[in-house]
Design a protein around this ligand. Sequence first.
Ligand SMILES: [Zn+2]
Length: 73
Amino acid sequence: MAQSGKGRLNYRCPSCFMRDLDIDMFYDKEKEEYYCIRCQYRGSEEDVLKKNEMARFRYGFIGKRFTMEELRS
Ligand SMILES: [Zn+2]
């Protein structure tokens, strides 16, 4: 049970990543959320993972248009 300021894993901020910035986020133990010190982004681990996935996805398909159905899945 580590009590450090960082989460179990280091996640990059998906919001910054979409702007070509690779920023590690910190972990808020009380709220159980990850947060970015550079932008206003904060979210649960699940949310971070999902958004990072979307960021990667977007990078792989620049120029492709997505439907809302595809983005939600
Ligand atoms: Zn950020």
